[in-house]
Design a protein around this ligand. Structure first.
Ligand SMILES: Nc1ncnc2c1ncn2[C@@H]1O[C@H](COP(=O)(O)OP(=O)(O)OP(=O)(O)O)[C@@H](O)[C@H]1O
Length: 277
């Protein structure tokens, strides 16, 4: 499933041995906010049924890049993406591609749990109804809550508000909502950073289970978390351009073990050993 490859304009990095295992690819992606370059020339592949962690110092563009994978950046005024983002061989930004359909295939979980102000049941059912789900809704709700490890805690109060749950439960509800629509990819932007250690551990266990079925990309500030949950890790850094403004770029991308135990770049080594900055 994995090899390491280098071409002229790419860093040595994980590439799938079988092309069918490549879910997402960026080709020389630049992202701008207005005239300001935020992320420069990122070319990378995301491999199927794996967890890929994005790590790096604040402001290096991790969240900006992950939002390219489901076209969420275009909801931000003035944000512009250059280069190509390819999903399953198709250009995600082609004119004929519907961004809503993209977000159905490539779901997202955010740092702050954001359940709808509706019942636990409706948090799952609402989105399914909007996309025209015609199957057994009770079964879909139960299955999604089972998959996110929340069912036993909420099965007797499905009519209660999603907002009545604890932060960790709310985040698992958001994960249940994301997977109910059967995406292929789940993007997670610091999904546990607002949670206590026990809830964090549950989310990490869940990520581990979910990768059997889904491809997961996770932004995390927590290096131990990246080391625990991910198969591959991409380290980003930021530097100042000629105009003095900082932009982020991909420094090194490899199996997580290699990034933490034998990084090739000195800045990666400094970052993962905590001697950064
Ligand atoms: N909505 C926005 N409008 C303008 N600039 C933005 C916006 N979002 C991010 N930026 C800028 O883009 C750069 C990258 O930010 P981003 O949030 O992607 O980095 P990050 O690595 O995820 O940071 P953190 O770890 O602090 O969350 C930063 O300079 C940031 O100020």
């Amino acid at each position: 499933m994995y090899s390491r490859n280098q071409t002229d304009d790419r860093l040595a990095q994980p590439v799938p041995a079988d092309p069918r295992d490549m879910v997402l690819r960026t080709e020389r992606v630049n992202v701008y906010y207005g005239d300001t370059l935020a992320v420069q020339e990122v070319s990378m592949d995301i491999l199927k049924n794996s967890v890929t962690a994005f790590i790096g110092p604040s402001g290096c563009g991790k969240s900006t890049l992950i939002r390219c994978f489901n076209r969420l950046n275009e909801l931000i005024d003035g944000c512009r993406v250059e280069g190509k983002v390819i999903y399953r061989g198709k250009d995600l930004y082609a004119a004929k591609i519907d961004p809503v359909a993209v977000r159905r295939r490539i779901g997202m979980v955010f740092q702050k749990p954001n359940p709808f102000p509706k019942s636990i049941y409706e948090n799952i059912a609402y989105g399914a109804r909007v996309v025209g789900f015609k199957g057994d809704m009770d079964e879909l709700v139960e299955r999604s809550l089972q998959r996110s490890g929340l069912w036993n805690e909420v099965k007797d109060k499905l009519k209660s508000s999603g907002l009545s749950l604890s932060g960790g439960q709310q985040q698992r509800l958001c994960i249940a909502r994301a997977i109910a629509l059967k995406p292929e990819v789940v993007l997670m932007d610091e999904p546990a950073s607002a949670l206590d250690p026990i809830s964090t551990q549950r989310i990490e266990e869940l990520i581990h289970e979910l990768k059997q079925e889904y491809t997961i990309v996770i932004v995390t500030h927590n290096m131990q978390q990246a080391a625990r949950v991910s198969d591959y890790t991409a380290f980003f850094n930021a530097e100042a351009g000629d105009n003095g403004k900082r932009f982020g770029y991909l420094v090194e991308y490899d199996r997580t073990e290699a990034i933490f135990e034998s990084p090739q770049q000195s800045s990666t080594k400094e970052y993962v050993s905590g001697r950064f900055g």
